[in-house]
Design a protein around this ligand. Structure first.
Ligand SMILES: [Zn+2]
Length: 270
C-alpha cells in the first residue's frame, strides 16, 4: 500500500508541476495526504461516470489528465457538477489528482505517446519548454504515405468516438513529416514547426482556425489537418502513465478507465 502523499511525490517526480503552463492547475485537487491508496484509477476526465467507477471500485485515488478545478469557483455545493463530484469523492475518501500540461511536456506525455504510436522518428517538441521537453511533437515517418492511409492508421490507433477522424487535404497527398498535439492544439496552427510539417494532427479544431489555416496553406504552403477527438487523443497516454506510476509505486494497482468521456454520443453522417 501507499499513501496519497507518496502518490503525489511519485507524480511530481514523473511530471514536475514546474513544467505545467502558467495558466494550469495541476496536482492534488482533493484528498488527505495520509490516506491509504491501494489502487489508482486513471481517466482523462473527472465526470460522473469515472468518479462513480473510482468510488464504487474502491480506488483510493482518481488520477485525471484534466483538472476538475481550473478556474476559480465560489461554491462546491453538490447541486452543481463540480461540487457533486467533489462531495462524492471526499465522502468516500477518494483522492483526486490532476497531471495536465506537466504530463504533456515530457517525452512520454500525451503528444509523445501519439508520436511514438505513429512510428515517428527524430521527434522533437513543437514548442520547447525552458525546463526540457515541451508541448506537441513533430517527427518523420520512415517513408511517405498517403494522407488517407495516415488518417486510417490514426483512426485504428485511437479509441472510437462519435466524431471519428476528420481530414482537411487530398486523400492521395503524400505525407511524411507529422506534427501532433494531443488535446486542443489550434494555438499552434501558425507555429513554424507545424507549418513545416506535411500534416498536423490535433483535436478540437473549430471552423475559423481550421478554415484560415487551410486557405493560408493553399497560398503559401502548410500542413494538411487531421482533427480527432480531444478525449481519444489523450486517452492513449493513460496506459503509459499507468506503467510509469506502477514502476514508481510497485505495490499500488493501476487501472486505466475504459469509459469513454468524449462528450459526443452519436453522429449522423450525411
Ligand atoms: Zn485535454
Amino acid at each position: 500500500m501507499s499513501t496519497v502523499a507518496e502518490v503525489q511525490a511519485a507524480v511530481e517526480a514523473l511530471w514536475p508541476a514546474a513544467r505545467a503552463e502558467g495558466w494550469d492547475a495541476v496536482g492534488l485537487v482533493a484528498g488527505a495526504l495520509s490516506d491509504r491508496v491501494d489502487r489508482i484509477l486513471l481517466a482523462v476526465d473527472a465526470v460522473a461516470a469515472t468518479v462513480d467507477e473510482a468510488v464504487s471500485g474502491g480506488f483510493g485515488l482518481l488520477l485525471t489528465h484534466h483538472p476538475l478545478l481550473l478556474r476559480g469557483v465560489t461554491s462546491i455545493a453538490a447541486d452543481r457538477y463540480k461540487g457533486a463530484m467533489l462531495t462524492r469523492l471526499v465522502r468516500s475518501g477518494t483522492a483526486l489528482l490532476a497531471a495536465h500540461t506537466n504530463a504533456d511536456a515530457v517525452d512520454t506525455g500525451t503528444s509523445g505517446v501519439l508520436a511514438r504510436r505513429l512510428g515517428l522518428e527524430g521527434v522533437e517538441p513543437i514548442e520547447p519548454n525552458a525546463l526540457g521537453g515541451g508541448i506537441g511533437r513533430v517527427g518523420d515517418l520512415r517513408e511517405a504515405i498517403s494522407l488517407g492511409r495516415l488518417a486510417r492508421a490514426i483512426a485504428a490507433l485511437l479509441p472510437s468516438t462519435a466524431g471519428g477522424v476528420l481530414v482537411s487535404g487530398e486523400y492521395e497527398r503524400e505525407v511524411r513529416r507529422i506534427a501532433v498535439c494531443g488535446g486542443a492544439g489550434d494555438s499552434f496552427l501558425a507555429h513554424p514547426s507545424v507549418l513545416g510539417a506535411d500534416v498536423y494532427v490535433t483535436a478540437d479544431l473549430r471552423h475559423h482556425p481550421a478554415s484560415e489555416a487551410r486557405e493560408q496553406a493553399a497560398l503559401s504552403g502548410g500542413p494538411a489537418l487531421v482533427n480527432v477527438s480531444h478525449w481519444a487523443s489523450e486517452w492513449l497516454w493513460l496506459e503509459q502513465a499507468a506503467a510509469e506510476l506502477h514502476a514508481a509505486l510497485p505495490h499500488v494497482e493501476l487501472v486505466v478507465s475504459e469509459l469513454r468521456t468524449d462528450p459526443w454520443d452519436f453522429a449522423i453522417v450525411q
